[in-house]
Design a protein around this ligand. Structure first.
Ligand SMILES: NC(=O)C1=CN([C@@H]2O[C@H](COP(=O)(O)OP(=O)(O)OC[C@H]3O[C@@H](n4cnc5c(N)ncnc54)[C@H](OP(=O)(O)O)[C@@H]3O)[C@@H](O)[C@H]2O)C=CC1
Ligand SMILES: O=C(O)C1=N[C@H](C(=O)O)C[C@H](O)C1
Length: 274
């Protein structure tokens, strides 16, 4: 498929954001295709997935980068980093190239740094969760963590996902823990307790603990538990359909078009104060 064919995709027009889907064959790629089906404000002009093997309707990554104004990427960390660096190279070459919406999770610190470097050259929105509810929950968690003294209230983050998820804790759990750490004015790296097993001894003062469940088809459950000696406050979110994340990612794609280079998140898209 040539760039001209792509530009002539049904529904594409001046007031439309043209979108390429990375990870098109995956669960989120398919949810995005369903969400975008029939829309005229955001139109899919290219789809791609893991290289190798010809699948009808897919193009290669570089053709997709050349064709779209925004790439929505729900894949794996190494693919997202490679995509960001390829898009940054295009931006360097002729000031063109698409903006990115990155939904993948499970990044290492080194991978996050490479995406941040790419974002000095193009606009990237990156979030571990594109739902309105989770982004609202982050503010509530920050507020509760700031108000409840760490000496009396222990923070635990619980998450549950389907049996096919490959990273843990989830990107959302890490974002919620970060919000709690921000509320307390501490570094998450210093207080995170990511695995308990055996004779652990008593709970470390000030720790933010994680619990991870994997099973069946659970779409995404998250709770932040504030446990006091005589009362427990739990702030929770349940996702019941992946279309939720897809709609949020499309809203981010509409928002990012024409933005200057920078690393944005869903809080920026929603206009929430950080
Ligand atoms: N931020 C958010 O709101 C959300 C984030 N996610 C995250 O999105 C990611 C994807 O989730 P999900 O759709 O469930 O996972 P899937 O495994 O169903 O889909 C990922 C797809 O990406 C493909 N892929 C792998 N490598 C490449 C590559 N180099 N180039 C292009 N495509 C590639 C995979 O191919 P193959 O199967 O051959 O490996 C697969 O088709 C996960 O990290 C998940 O945690 C999920 C939901 C919401
Ligand atoms: O892998 C998933 O499915 C999901 N991943 C994201 C995460 O890691 O937080 C978001 C959502 O919970 C679904």
């Amino acid at each position: 498929m040539s760039q001209n064919d792509l530009a002539a995709a049904p529904g594409a027009s001046e007031g439309t954001v043209t979108i390429a889907l990375a990870g098109a064959l995956g669960r989120m790629g398919q949810a995005l295709a369903r969400t975008l089906d029939g829309r005229t404000d955001a139109v899919v002009v290219a789809r791609f997935d893991r290289p190798g093997g010809l699948v009808e309707g897919l193009v290669d990554r570089d053709a997709a980068l050349a064709a779209a104004e925004v790439v929505i990427d729900f894949t794996v960390p190494e693919a997202s980093v490679a995509l960001a660096e390829a898009a940054a190279a295009l931006a360097d070459k002729d000031g063109g190239g698409p903006a990115l919406i990155i939904g993948s999770t499970g990044f290492s610190d080194e991978q996050n740094a490479r995406i941040a470097a790419a974002a000095t050259r193009l606009a990237i929105v990156k979030s571990g969760n594109y739902s309105l509810g989770v982004n609202m929950l982050m503010g509530l968690v920050r507020q509760a963590a700031a108000a409840l003294p760490a000496a009396d209230w222990d923070v635990e983050v619980y998450e549950a996902h389907h049996r096919r998820k490959i990273d843990a804790p989830s990107g959302t759990a890490l974002m919620l823990a970060q919000a709690a750490a921000d509320g307390r004015g501490v570094g998450l790296g210093q207080v995170a307790d990511r695995g308990r097993d055996g004779m652990t001894g008593p709970r470390k003062a000030g720790a933010i603990g994680f619990s991870v469940v994997r099973g069946g088809g659970i779409i995404g459950e998250h709770s932040v538990i504030f446990a006091g000696e005589e009362e427990v406050l739990t702030l929770s979110h349940s996702a019941t359909d992946r279309g939720l994340f897809a709609r949020g990612a499309v809203a981010a794609a509409l928002w990012v078009k024409g933005r200057p280079p920078g690393l944005y998140d869903m809080q920026d898209v929603l206009g929430f104060e950080n």
